[in-house]
Ligand binder design. Sequence first.
Ligand code: PHE
Length: 339
Amino acid sequence: MKTKINQLLDEVNSLKAGTLEEVEALRIKYLSKKGIISALFNEFKNVPNEEKREIGKLLNILKNNTQNTINGLRDTLSSAAKTEQGMDLTRTADPIKLGTRHPISLVKEEIADIFSRIGFTIAEGPEIEDDWHVFGALNFPPEHPARDMQDTFFIERNPDIVLRTHTSSVQTRIMTEQQPPIRMIFPGRVYRNEAISARAHCLFHQVEGLYIDKNVSFADLKQALLYFSQEMFGADTQIRLRPSYFPFTEPSAEMDISCHICGGKGCNICKNTGWVEILGCGMVDPNVLDNCGIDSKIYSGYAFGMGIERITMLKYQINDIRLFFENDVRFLEEFKSAY
Ligand code: PHE
C-alpha cells in the first residue's frame, strides 16, 4: 500500500488539464466517493495496526495534494477564460435597477391617450412667447384687468416677451397656422409668478384641448369632458359645470367632478362639498377665431385647459405640489407600478 501511495503522489504532482471538463474528470477519478483515493481509505481498515500511523499520514498527504493540485488547475483555467474574453462570465449579474417615470409624465400620457381615443391629436408650442400669442389674440386687451388673473413673468429687456402663463397660447399658434377641422390637445409647461406653497408653484403643467369645426356645440364639449372624467377617475364619476369667466371663451365654465375619494359624501379633499374643480373650459370666443384668421360665421369650437399637477394630486391623493419638483426617489418610486 505504501508503494501504491507513493506512486500516486508522483502521478498527482504532474497532473495536467487543458479544459475545465478535464479538471472535473480528474476530480471524479481521484476524489469522488468511488474514486481512487476513497478506495485507498476503504482499504486502510486492513492495514496492520503498527503501520496505520505512517500509512494514515501518507494517505492524508495524498488527499490534500490531490485536492490542491486539482483546485490549482481549475483556478488557472477559469482565470484564463476570464482574460481571454475580457469579462468574468462566472460572476453573478448585478441586479439592474429600473428607473421610474415621473408621475406628471405618466398622467400626461394617460390624458393624451384618453383624448386620442376620441380623435384628438397632439401639438406643442414654445414656452417663451410673445404677448400676442399668450394674451392679445385671446381677447386680453392691453391693460385689461383680466391679465392679472395670471401673474406673468416678463423678460426684463422686452416686456413683449413672456413665459407663457397657460397653454392657450398654443391655441393661437395652431389656429393661425391651420384651418378647421382642428381637434387637438396641447400638453406643456407653464409659468406663473406665484409664491411657492403646497398648493401653488411658479411652474406647472397644463393640457389644453381645442376642437373647431362647423356646428360644434356646448353639448359636444360636455360630452367630451364627461368621457374624459370617467376614463380618468372611474365610470361612476359625475361632472358639474359652473358658469365662469375667461376672456377667450364665451360662455365659459369651470368643471367639477364628483369627489372620487369620498364618493360625494364629503371629505377633506373636496372640503366637504362632494365636488372638486379640475378644469376651465368654454366655447371659443368668436373674436378669438377672427383674430386668428378663422371665419367665426362658419366655424365654432370649444376649448378647455387643465393642470396636470392638479389631476395627478387628485388621482393619487398627493397633498403637496412641491413633491413633483423635488424629485426625491422615495416619492418617485411610489409610481413604479402605476402603469
Ligand atoms: N387657460 C385657462 C387657465 O389657464 C384655462 C382654459 C383653457 C379655460 C381653455 C378655458 C378654455 O386658467
